[in-house]
Design a binder for this molecule. Structure first.
Ligand code: PAF
Length: 285
């Protein structure tokens, strides 16, 4: 579905638009992104379109969620392409602020969720989730959505944001949406564009290992140790893969589990050359 999309870059111009929508009683669906959109983002926008009167997308590469040696500067950006994709998917508005608009020189305030941010990606990327919760909080305050849509590929991010919304009594619904994969299984990510051809081929080991784990669980395997061994040795069989973490945790609390039962999440982060990819599988056992 095509719309006449509006782009707003400053907060002053955004406020009256949101105020008018609220006065008209319109529901707002919101998809926060860092741009360089792919089919995963598009699925979120389409879902937001189905469930709300108005759909806003933010495109902002958030500096506070990148560590000093991470890829903030070289994170892929292409606003024209993103804008056309948002329009095609049915979004009404793109909020595309500059870093100065969001973090002026006098900026001092951060939002932090404890415990679930300390493991997995939080352990490998110190400060990352503090940057995420801060920007998401600011964007929620600016866009005032009724529903916000996030991809389950970033399962820990979804859990952290859900916790923030609950703990801070924020008045919106978080809608987690399924991982969208390429035809060969690779989970879609803006960072896939960094991969060389051989790294791209090697990265298929992630989804293959997760699908194999799913098969084993579905055919009755209940040993966490055996499952971990299988996933680790599978991924290590790929010479270009360098494991950051592989963990099986409770999908809601991100606490370690001893037995494969309940709502579980197999989460992994693996480097291929300079590119760190994450993927996961959530299962009710
Ligand atoms: O998932 C992302 O793209 C980012 O972490 C988000 C939620 C847009 C915050 O910058």
């Amino acid at each position: 579905m095509k719309t006449n999309i509006t782009t707003i870059t400053d907060i002053k111009a955004l406020k009256p638009v949101i105020k008018a929508l609220k006065l008209e009683g319109k529901t707002i669906g919101f998809v926060p992104t860092m741009g360089y959109l792919h089919e995963g983002h598009i699925s979120l926008i389409k879902r937001a379109r189905e469930e709300n009167d108005f759909v806003a997308v933010s495109i902002f590469v958030n500096p506070t969620q990148f560590g000093p040696n991470e890829d903030f500067e070289k994170y892929p950006r292409n606003f024209e392409r993103d804008s056309a994709m948002c329009e095609e998917a049915g979004a009404d508005l793109i909020f595309h602020p500059s870093p100065q608009e969001i973090y002026p020189q006098s900026y001092m305030t951060y939002v932090e969720v404890n415990e679930i941010t300390e493991k997995l990606c939080g352990a490998s990327r110190p400060g990352h989730f503090k940057g995420v919760t801060t920007i998401v909080n600011k964007l929620f305050n600016l866009v005032e959505p009724d529903r916000a849509y996030f991809g389950q590929k970033d399962a820990q991010q979804v859990a952290v944001i859900e916790k923030m919304v609950k703990d801070l009594n924020m008045n919106l619904q978080i809608i987690p949406c399924p991982i969208i994969r390429e035809g060969d299984g690779l989970a879609m990510s803006s960072r896939n564009t960094y991969l060389s051809q051989s790294e791209r081929a090697a990265a298929l080991i992630l989804s293959k290992s997760l699908f194999k784990a799913e098969e084993e669980i579905k055919s009755g395997s209940r040993s966490k140790a055996q499952l971990m061994d299988m996933i680790v040795s599978n991924i290590k069989s790929e010479p270009l893969a360098e494991i950051d973490y592989i963990e099986i945790v409770d999908a809601k609390t991100f606490r370690a589990i001893d037995t494969l039962e309940g709502d579980i999440l197999i989460a992994l982060a693996v480097r291929f050359g300079k590119t760190r990819l994450i993927d996961n599988l959530r299962l009710e056992v």
